[in-house]
Ligand binder design. Structure first.
Ligand SMILES: [Zn+2]
Length: 131
C-alpha cells in the first residue's frame, strides 16, 4: 500500500467512480460491461465485488433527470406551447438518453462512496487502507 491510497477522500472516491474509474487508484476501469461492475481493478487489483449499489443509482438518476426535464418541459410549454407530438418527440428521447448517459457514472459514484466509507464487504479493505 502506498501513501496516496490512504488519502482518497469521499469526494475523490465518488469523482473517480463517476468517471468510471477505480476509486482506489483512479486508473483501472470500474466496469466490465455497461452496468456490470468489474470483480476487481485491472490496474491495482482492488476488489469491487463487495458493492451493493442496488436501486440507489437509478433512484438518483430519476431524481436528477426529473428535476432537469420537468422544469424545461414546463418552460417550453409556457413559452411556446408546441403541439403535443413535438413535445413527445423532444422530451421522451431527451429523458431516455439523459437516463442512459447518467446511469453508469451514477452507479460508479455510488460504488466509490461505498468503497470509501467501507460499507458492506468494503469494510475489510478500508481497515487495510487505514492501518
Ligand atoms: Zn485500481
Amino acid at each position: 500500500m502506498d501513501a496516496t491510497q490512504e488519502q482518497v477522500t469521499l469526494g475523490e472516491a465518488m469523482r473517480r467512480g463517476f468517471m468510471l474509474r477505480c476509486p482506489n487508484c483512479g486508473k483501472g476501469s470500474l466496469f466490465g460491461r455497461f452496468l456490470k461492475v468489474a470483480d476487481h481493478c485491472p490496474a491495482c487489483g482492488e476488489a469491487f465485488s463487495h458493492h451493493r449499489a442496488d436501486d440507489f443509482p437509478p433512484y438518483l438518476v430519476i431524481m436528477i433527470v426529473g428535476h432537469v426535464i420537468v422544469p424545461l418541459l414546463f418552460a417550453v410549454e409556457m413559452a411556446w406551447a408546441p403541439p403535443m407530438w413535438l413535445e413527445f418527440v423532444i422530451w421522451i428521447p431527451a429523458t431516455l438518453i439523459s437516463c442512459l448517459l447518467l446511469l453508469q457514472p451514477m452507479k460508479g459514484a455510488v460504488v466509490g462512496m461505498q468503497w470509501q466509507l467501507g460499507m458492506h464487504g468494503f469494510a475489510e479493505a478500508r481497515q487495510r487502507r487505514l492501518a
